[in-house]
Design a protein around this ligand. Structure first.
Ligand code: SAM
Ligand code: SF4
Length: 324
């Protein structure tokens, strides 16, 4: 089992399969982003599987496919199936904006995907369009299809933005509870469109929890872990919802349980979302180095103790190109 320099077990690989996306979320995609990784720069399905296979040999057990929007890749179900077929993979998830889920949910389920995270920042169609540029109706249809396909876990992700989607918190929580889906509220990380979102758009999960508690109890659910990420879950009694909070910026000790590495769509290993520092894994693979295990071990060794978001960290590439 892989322990990093701070004693954390690293067994979770988040694989970005593209930096492309059919939406333009304010917090993720800079206006006019043209930095698409070129087709040849993207890892092929074979390359992704080579890396994942090496990771399983090192003890990685949890895999999540993300992007950009992973469902824009035509071979997404094939990638999922081949990942699931690797010996040692215990769980496989996909993070998606949901716009294309209606047409592929069944294929993904058949391929072995266990868990789906769907981003949904607003139910109101106009507001959804303002935040993402997309149509909420297609996302809701995607969620219905995922519910019908019978995944083990379907979670809703909502990024909190003061003055933008605060009014959506309760409608979204009700929507999720009615379908027995956990919902997670995520603090805005400073990797967004500075012309639209700035510090004044930030809303902490602590403030949201205090607001929710004015209407009823939030009971901690320490044993409820529907995923492998950093969310802390509570039962919200007035609505009967399971609500998770991801406070990367304000939660003390947030990084203490970090268990993951990220692999970007152009094959760079990132030990931490909130720090510079990448290892060019794809470069060494294409140069003829046969085993990705070396760069994976190096990335584990390079994992820093904490992210640097509080120190006005700005990543060298936007979120869509990192893989959220
Ligand atoms: N396209 C997919 C989606 O939207 O779920 C997967 C990729 S997206 C980058 C993964 C997650 O990162 C989403 O839940 C998204 O809301 C979140 N995210 C993106 N930019 C963020 C930011 N600046 N702060 C916090 N979360 C962010
Ligand atoms: Fe696309 Fe997801 Fe980024 Fe939104 S958060 S722009 S849906 S990759």
């Amino acid at each position: 089992m892989n322990a990093d320099s701070f004693g954390r077990t690293v067994d979770y690989l988040r694989i970005s399969v593209t930096d492309r996306c059919d939406e333009r979320c304010l917090y993720c995609m800079p206006e006019g982003y043209r930095g698409w990784v070129q087709r040849d720069d993207h890892m092929t399905a074979d390359e992704i599987i080579r890396v994942a296979e090496a990771a399983t040999r090192l003890g990685f057990r949890k895999f999540r496919v993300t992007g950009g929007e992973p469902l824009v890749r035509a071979d997404i179900a094939e990638i999922a199936r081949r990942l699931w077929d690797l010996p040692g993979v215990q769980t496989l998830g996909i993070s998606t904006n949901g716009t294309r889920l209606a047409s592929v949910a069944k294929d993904l389920k058949r391929a072995g995907v266990r868990s789906i995270n769907v981003s949904l920042d607003a139910l109101a169609p106009e507001l959804y369009r303002r935040i993402t540029g997309g149509r909420v109706e297609s996302v809701l249809a995607g969620i219905d299809a995922a519910l019908g396909a019978g995944f083990e876990v379907i979670k809703i992700n909502c990024v909190l933005m003061r003055g933008i989607n605060e009014g959506e918190v309760l409608p979204l929580t009700r929507y999720a509870a009615e379908r027995e889906m956990p919902i997670r509220f995520i603090e805005l990380m400073p990797v967004s469109r500075a012309d639209v979102l700035d510090r004044s758009s930030f809303l902490s999960v602590q403030e949201l929890m205090r607001r929710l508690e004015r209407e009823g109890m939030l009971l901690p659910l320490p044993d409820f872990r529907p995923g492998h990420g950093p969310a802390k879950y509570y039962a919200y009694e007035p609505i009967g919802a399971k609500v998770g909070f991801i406070g990367a910026l304000t939660t003390r000790g947030f990084c203490e349980t970090c268990n993951k590495l990220r692999l970007t769509a152009d094959g760079k290993l990132r030990p931490c979302l909130g720090r510079h520092g990448e290892i060019d894994l794809l470069g060494s693979l294409r140069a003829g180095q046969t085993d990705p295990a070396g760069p994976l071990l190096q990335a584990i060794a390079n994992k820093p103790e904490n992210h640097e978001f509080a120190a006005c960290y700005e990543p060298g590439r936007p979120m869509t190109a990192i893989g959220g």
